[in-house]
Design a protein around this ligand. Structure first.
Ligand SMILES: Cc1ncc(COP(=O)(O)O)c(C=O)c1O
Length: 470
């Protein structure tokens, strides 16, 4: 069982106090941490006395907090095992069958590209040619590896199929590379903020994550990157040079060179996650893929460009590393599904047209969301991004978790800023996707507006949906 000590919980809680009584504010914040996975289900929370001491509150406050969390189903207290995080059973059911009214803006994603359905029909017709074999494919169909290599060639990075391995989405690729490149004692350089499931995958493979900052104003902190390499000798550096998630930043060409030079000096494997890279909106010259400037492993995916449900990703690396990755793969899975790979080959054949439509959709979505935000929240800092799926909005106050909870009670799921950081940072930020239909975005902003207004007022009594279901 995972155990959370009081110091760690305090760092996740950050500025948890609100106008509400302390026990209620603390219960709200812990509930959000459980709901968004920062405190995983099954984690044992610190003992009441220890937590009270750490937070500088009375034991009675913590007892009342835990009692409230128990009553609403977020904690179970078993004699001998302490207080363990859980979801109320009704909430677990709700997340299984995601209520139709719920707007899930926690995901920056789009519905499937319309080409997908026909591509799937054609792929089904091609499938019989494969049914005579065993069907386990750990490296990828030759024609898909070829199509992916051609895509890199078209982007200006000469690539051969032998440098490509197909995976079950980019998430699988990140976890696999981290597992193969890192030892348990190794550190990894990561961006902060960054994509939270990459943190999880890399943390599971190594010992420590070393954050370097990326901001919407200044991009990557060059000095911090150089110092992090020198100070910690990371085995791996995980970066998103193109439309970084969540900030939307693009790393300049000279900085790409500097990062790769520093990594080469320290023997660090640089992994560039290009999941967002092909979602350009503005037709400006994008730098070449990171591996054009030096040694880097690239990770790609059709998850954001075509559909998350397709589960096709890949790794581009030198062939000896590809061999190691393929060998290591069997401990986790036995290959990428053949039918999905056939669909992917078909779609890559029409990729430029798919990307052009995505770009037009995202251009519209970006403009729509920017317009709504500037009208509704003139004080928020809304950055301009050249691509990707979301805006990393500055709220001006450290209230992202509170806002997320208030919006949730009205049926809008959001990823609070701290989900993208380590140890509770980014309470002043919120990631807002512009990838949804106009009506959904409008409804989301209306809910945000009400939730924002409610923050400054006395909290509503914890009853009904917020208290018991979510
Ligand atoms: C930056 C980044 N990398 C990887 C992934 C995972 O992609 P896939 O669906 O291909 O596993 C995501 C999904 O949100 C992402 O945002």
């Amino acid at each position: 069982m995972q155990v959370l000590n009081s110091r760690k919980l305090e760092s996740l809680l950050r500025d948890w106090r609100t106008a509400a009584p302390a026990y209620s504010a603390l219960a709200d914040r812990i509930r959000l941490l459980i709901l968004d996975g920062r405190v995983p289900i099954g984690t044992r929370l610190p003992a009441e006395r220890e937590l009270a001491h750490q937070l500088g509150v009375s034991r009675t406050t913590v007892s009342a907090t835990f009692a409230r969390l128990r009553d609403s189903g977020y904690l179970s207290s078993v004699r001998g095992s302490g207080s363990v995080a859980q979801l109320p059973s009704r909430d677990a059911e709700a997340s299984d069958s995601m209520s139709a009214d719920l707007l899930d803006f926690g995901k920056a994603a789009m519905p499937a590209a319309p080409e997908l359905a026909d591509a799937a029909l054609r792929a089904a017709q091609d499938l019989p040619a494969y049914l005579g074999g065993p069907g386990y494919d750990p490296v990828g169909l030759p024609q898909l590896r070829q199509a992916i290599a051609e895509r890199y060639n078209a982007r200006g990075l000469p690539t051969s199929p032998g440098e490509v391995m197909v995976t079950v989405g980019a998430q699988h690729a990140i976890a696999l590379v981290a597992r193969v490149v890192m030892d348990r004692s190794d550190s990894a350089l990561v961006e902060s903020p960054s994509y939270p499931h990459a943190y999880e995958a890399i943390r599971a493979a190594g010992r420590r994550l070393v954050p370097v900052s990326v901001t919407t104003g200044d991009g990557w902190d060059d000095d911090a990157i150089q110092q992090a390499f020198a100070r910690t000798n990371p085995a791996l550096a995980y970066v998103m040079p193109d439309f970084q998630n969540p900030t939307g930043q693009v790393m300049a060409t000279d900085q790409r060179r500097r990062v790769l030079a520093a990594a080469a000096r320290h023997g660090t494997v640089v992994v560039a996650d290009e999941t967002m890279a092909e979602l350009a909106i503005d037709q400006v010259d994008q730098p070449l893929p990171l591996a054009a400037y030096g040694d880097a492993v690239l990770i790609g995916s059709l998850g954001k460009t075509v559909w998350g449900g397709l589960r096709i990703g890949w790794i581009r690396a030198e062939p000896t590393l590809i061999h190691r990755l393929v060998r290591a793969r069997f401990a986790g899975d036995l290959g990428t599904p053949i039918l999905e790979q056939l669909i992917a080959v078909d779609l890559l054949g029409q990729y430029p047209a798919i990307l052009a439509r995505r770009s037009a959709q995202l251009s519209h979505g970006r403009q729509h969301l920017e317009g709504l935000l500037s009208h509704t929240f003139p004080d928020w800092d809304v950055p301009r991004v050249g691509g990707g799926l979301a805006l990393w909005v500055g709220l001006g106050r450290p209230v992202s978790s509170q806002l997320t909870l208030a919006a949730r009670s009205e049926g809008l799921l959001l990823a609070a800023g701290p989900q993208f950081g380590l140890d509770g940072a980014f309470e002043r930020f919120l990631r807002l996707p512009f990838s949804y239909a106009d009506e959904q975005t409008e409804r989301a902003v209306r809910i945000l507006h009400r939730a924002w207004g409610a923050l400054s007022q006395a909290p509503a009594p914890e009853l009904g949906y917020l208290a018991e279901v979510v």
